[in-house]
Design a protein around this ligand. Structure first.
Ligand code: ARG
Length: 460
């Protein structure tokens, strides 16, 4: 017999390096608290159901509590020889309380055990993700309020398109992060489900009470099919997918922060606390943290692709491939929590150069649509107005004049409907504030959306 916990039918012994290849303790040690929590609930149920005696259940519970204390005190050492967190803890328990420890695994398999631990691990951390997103959203609302009436160029194709309120720009990200929040909230539904009780794959002959375990662990629902319970990693895939979409948003904003902090744009300046210098160029102030978030996005996508690929060809029920589900999920959790936090810090400490943003809307043709709309409201068909303004833009490029710098006579040469009142409408401020359609950039809209956003965040 081999010295493994499952060694009864084995006579041969794998080399240490083979054990090492198969072991997951190098990363699943992070499930230690959840494993203990799951075992405590399981043993309580075994005792209450009379599957083991109350006294045995008490001894096992006491041993598990002891290990919890050791763990908190940093006194626990795990070994590769014991393969994974489940066998490591069982072996520690045996050392503490002797052979009665062997009763803990009654009616349970590592397959439903690991699924339960993993569900618990994600379940415990989703609230922190939602909290971090909420803080970021609050920061965006505060910034938007402060800068609601700052006018900046809005871009399409990276070309000046139409002026917008900087607050409006910030609220666009608020909306994205709200959808992220909702996705993680939905993620909780499929995470808060109890697999334990499925045993290896087919359920168990013992008179277990799964509801009791679910209540004990705070799960809202129970898997109703034992094969599904031990094979399902949708909750992790959903988490990685939600994390990927969240990172898309952070990465897009990171790109803008990096670009807008350049000498050429100079719309914003990140604080010293969220910038780094160069070891050779003394003048440098680099947006390293925004760049890192943009870079880490690649890893997060990779983790999603990785787990999708691990799962895609797996026959029911458990396969060891699924051991590969955890490391990436742990890492992605760390990455998104840190990335969102970095963003909250960067945004709340940066300087906004409103003057630079506004200046960029003054010497361009981003009010061309304004002039076309102006003509359209005077009854000129929009296509005709568009063509007339296009000619004026061409003329302006040739003479080095913006539309509002042209004389009334020059403007009227393009279309006689143009009158003196046009100049007021050609300012970028007017262009912004006339866009009062629902979802438009007018400052009065932005202020309304900030208060709507505040209600949303308060309800989180
Ligand atoms: N370490 C394993 C994992 O993470 C635990 C489950 C092992 N089950 C088994 N039948 N080998 O997936």
């Amino acid at each position: 017999m081999s010295d493994k916990l499952w060694g009864g039918r084995f006579t041969g012994k794998a080399a240490e390096w083979v054990d090492e290849f198969g072991a997951s303790i190098g990363f699943d040690y992070r499930l230690a608290e959840e494993d203990l929590e799951g075992s405590l609930a399981h043993v309580k149920m075994l005792g209450q159901q009379g599957i083991i005696s109350i006294d045995e259940a008490k001894q096992i519970s006491a041993g598990l509590h002891d290990i919890q204390a050791d763990l908190a005190a940093g006194k626990v050492e795990f070994s590769v020889a014991n393969e994974d967190i489940h066998l490591n803890i069982e072996s520690l328990l045996t050392k503490k309380i002797g052979p009665v420890a062997g009763k803990l695994h009654t009616g349970r398999s590592r397959n439903d055990q690991v699924a339960t631990d993993f569900h618990l691990w994600v379940k415990h951390r989703l609230p922190a993700v939602k909290e971090a997103i909420t803080e970021l959203q609050q920061t965006l609302l505060d910034l938007a309020e402060k800068h609601a009436d700052v006018i900046m160029p809005g871009y399409t194709h990276m070309q000046h398109a139409q002026p917008i309120s900087y607050g409006h720009y910030l609220l666009a990200y608020f909306e994205m992060f709200q959808r992220d929040f909702e996705r993680f909230e939905f993620n909780e539904k499929h995470t808060n489900m109890l697999p334990l009780g499925a045993a290896a794959l087919a359920g168990t002959t013992f008179p277990i009470d799964r509801q009791l375990v679910a209540d004990e662990l705070g799960f809202d629902a129970i898997y109703h099919n034992s094969l599904d319970a031990v094979s399902d990693r949708d909750f992790a895939l959903e988490f990685l997918s939600n994390a990927s979409i969240l990172m898309v948003h952070l990465s897009r904003m990171a790109e803008e922060l990096i670009l807008w902090g350049t000498y050429e744009f100079n719309y914003i300046e990140l604080s010293d606390n969220f910038s780094t210098g160069s070891s050779i160029m003394p003048q440098k102030k680099n947006a390293d943290f925004a760049e890192l978030v943009r870079g880490k996005t690649g890893h997060v996508f990779g983790s999603l692709m990785g787990l999708l690929t691990v799962m895609k060809g797996l026959p029911l029920a458990y396969n060891k491939d699924m051991q590969e589900d955890k490391a990436a999920t742990f890492e992605v959790m760390d990455t998104i929590l840190a990335s969102v936090k970095v963003f909250t810090g960067m945004l709340s400490t940066m300087t906004v150069h409103a003057d630079r943003m506004e200046a960029a809307t003054k010497d361009d043709f981003s009010n061309a649509t304004e002039l076309a709309d102006y003509l359209a409201t005077k009854g000129v068909p929009f296509r005709q107005a568009h063509a007339a303004v296009g000619e004026l833009v061409l003329k302006g490029i040739q003479t080095g004049q913006t539309l509002n710098e042209m004389s009334l006579a020059d403007l009227q040469a393009a279309d006689s409907h143009i009158e003196e009142d046009v100049y007021e409408e050609l300012t970028s401020k007017a262009a912004v504030n006339r866009r009062t359609s629902l979802g438009g950039t007018a400052v009065e809209n932005v202020l309304k959306e900030i208060s709507r956003g505040q209600d949303i965040v308060n309800a989180h």
